[in-house]
Design a protein around this ligand. Sequence first.
Ligand code: ARG
Length: 459
Amino acid sequence: MKKMWEGRFHKETNKLLEKFNASITFDKRMYEEDITGSIAHSRMLAKQGIISENEQKEIENGLLQIKEEIQNGKFEFKIEDEDIHMSIEKRLTQIIGSVAGKLHTARSRNDQVALDVRMYVRKEAHEISKLLVKMENVLLELSEKYKNVIIPGYTHLQRAQPILFSHHLMAYFQMFKRDISRIKDFLERSDEMPLGAGALAGTTFDLDRHFVAKELGFSKPTENSLDSVSDRDFIIELAMIISVISMHLSRFSEEIIIWCTSEFSFINLDDAFATGSSIMPQKKNPDIAELVRGKTGRIYGNLMGILTTMKALPLAYNKDMQEDKEGIFDSIDNIKLSIEIFYSMLNTLTVNNEKIYASMKSGFLNATDVADYLAKYDVPFRQAHKIVGEIVSYCEDKKIAIDDMKLEEFHKFSDIFKDDILSEITIENCVNKRNSFGGTSIKNVEMQIENGKKFLQAL
Ligand code: ARG
């Protein structure tokens, strides 16, 4: 037998077509899902009396042997076997003979592949979520370690207001927390088992799809056979979630890159997590962050690829859908690598506290606090804003910071200022007075860290 489907054909398949049509080079990574699905299917066939118990045992043992062969690198994947489904079935025939042919009763490759790829991406989504949890733990540890470090906060990449370094880190904690919850939603929504849909219309056999669903760890079978074999929403959804994770990582990467510059020098990367230049001996480059930022491009590309492949496809299965795999596999591989290397890098970086602190004098980071001071003495905020604007301009002319001003100088702008003005606008005060819920005060950040820990424990 050359091809499983050779019956109606009179000629051998063109070699180029064989190569073009094959998906074995990339779908072989779903071998475990394919075998697990086949075992569940065979058990159901036996339970329903469609095949005998003995036949089922032979099939199951043969499949387990194949699994071992693949895991021990003894299985030969051949282009002419087209895909993982037919490669395994062909080998099963070699091992147990014609009984193997009963496995495909009441099944099509269309529902088979829909099951395999669904199980595969669900498994990987779970792995991604676990890596995100590790990232969250690193962020919590760093936030505690650097709880007393204050950095400038930015808007428009211009110095804005002082914030705790931990507050900045905990902002990323929130992003990854949403990513984890998106994966949870995705796992709930994709928790439907497509096998038993047949080629497109269901099957004439008396199947127990609920049994198969249970065997495979799904809570229920899919409800519409046409949708079962033509739905790839779950791939699109995971590709989208990975894109969002990658977007978050790329923002974080950008900040790491900026913080490492000599202009900023907020942090130092560990030597083990940085690279050098082949020509410039002084260089220490943040390649990890750059590459993670760069990979965002291909990850978005994979999302656009699958969306475009699925666009306007008529029901039910079309071969176009074989193009659903490489992109999502690539996104999965790259996001897993990116998350793991990124949190390892974070875990080893050090913060240049003194250097940051010394630099905090410039940039009028406490200007808002001076305006708030006036507003608390009943000056309308708009007017207070204008007064402090004039103070900033005065300081710029004199090349001094607001806190270098004497009380008499403050009085040139408003006689409301009291002698507590300077102690009110220290950097520490600016941070700790931002105690509104969600603000950067140490009390709030400690609460965020506590809530973060609770979130992870509840997972
Ligand atoms: N390799 C195929 C895929 O990945 C399996 C399904 C083939 N079905 C078919 N009717 N040709 O989509």
